[in-house]
Design a protein around this ligand. Structure first.
Ligand code: GRG
Length: 315
């Protein structure tokens, strides 16, 4: 078995993005008949513009890590139908993520002109279409997850648990709650514990849900789902620290979006710790994330490599 050094993460991510994008297009085809004509353009851009697809890839990778260790064949179906179904399930996370970016960039929130290397949806399709188009994606994600879980043959109990996990991660106790804290904290210097709490919700909850959904779909036992939760929580904070470092040290051309933390008066890890200590803290969290997996006997070069990617990425 290859270690993280030998694992070709670049090739893996490229290949996975192709599968994820196919599933996203299928999800849009499913949604389109119900979509008001006036919001279709904003939705298509919000969903299909070229992002990293990290959340669905994390989900699929956790699924494989747990399915491959379980001794059943769910991770390696000969006709690849399970492979397709897990990508369909995983893109439910991307639908929530896409809506969050569409809304986050609106003038009433971060008022961002650029995202994923393109002018933001509201600057092209208008604020109303982007607001409604983003909102459409929230219930669609739940319905899509339920359908994909059925198509995979997951039990009703697992399917309901999966929808609960996604809804919690997206809601007041997760991403929306974190965004609320972020908006209310603008212009005020947050303490380290406040910053951790905010980002555990805003960024960490959906990322953690990605790993948990992968584990649940693979039928992982509770102790492994707990390990994936711990791994996801550590990675969520590491991801955000890396995001703050990129915002402070990189440029629009590389990031595909304009650095904005300073302009918006946001508290950041770089502001609190400085770049070097922030990097050290992100690395420490990656180490703790990988340890959580190995303690639960989850051996996955892909998950180890993904953990490093979270802090070493350039956008
Ligand atoms: C109504 C209060 C209220 C909230 C609505 C807007 C919103 C919900 C939530 C915002 C959540 C948000 C923007 C979190 C940031 C997460 C984050 C670090 C996004 C960038 O993720 P990447 O780097 O992006 O994975 P790509 O473009 O690669 O997909």
């Amino acid at each position: 078995m290859s270690g993280p050094q030998e694992f070709d993460l670049g090739g893996y991510l490229r290949e996975e993005r192709v599968h994820v994008d196919r599933s996203l297009r299928r999800a849009l085809d499913w949604l389109r008949p119900e979509l008001p004509e006036a919001v279709a353009g904003a939705v298509e851009q919000g969903v299909l513009a070229q992002g990293k697809r990290l959340r669905p890839i994390c989900c699929v990778t956790a699924f494989r890590a747990c399915a491959e260790g379980s001794g059943d064949s769910v991770g390696e179906s000969a006709d690849n139908s399970v492979g397709t179904a897990i990508h369909d399930l995983a893109v439910s996370l991307e639908l929530i993520h896409a809506y969050s970016l569409m809304h986050d960039d609106l003038p009433c929130m971060d008022d961002a002109p650029l995202r994923r290397g393109r002018p933001t949806p509201h600057t092209i399709w208008g604020e109303g279409a982007t607001l409604v188009g983003g909102a459409v994606l929230i219930p669609a994600a739940g319905l899509h997850l339920r359908q994909a879980a059925s198509a995979m043959g997951l039990s009703d109990a697992v399917s309901r648990e999966a929808v609960r996990v996604l809804a919690r991660a997206a809601g007041a106790g997760g991403m929306v709650g974190g965004q609320g804290l972020d908006l209310l904290g603008e212009g005020r210097a947050l303490a380290r514990s406040e910053l951790d709490g905010l980002h555990r919700l805003k960024t960490g909850a959906l990322l953690t849900a990605a790993f948990v959904l992968g584990g649940l779909a693979a039928g992982a036992p509770p102790y492994r789902v707990e390990a994936l939760t711990r791994y996801g929580e550590e990675l969520g904070l590491a991801f955000q620290i890396a995001d703050d470092i990129l915002d402070a040290t990189s440029d629009s051309a590389t990031l595909g979006k304009a650095p904005s933390d300073t302009n918006l008066g946001k508290s950041t890890y770089v502001g609190l710790l400085g770049v070097d200590e922030a990097r050290w803290e992100a690395d420490r969290r990656v180490g703790d994330a990988v340890t959580a997996l190995s303690q639960a006997g989850i051996v996955s070069p892909a998950l180890s490599a993904l953990a490093r990617y979270v802090v070493e990425r350039d956008r």
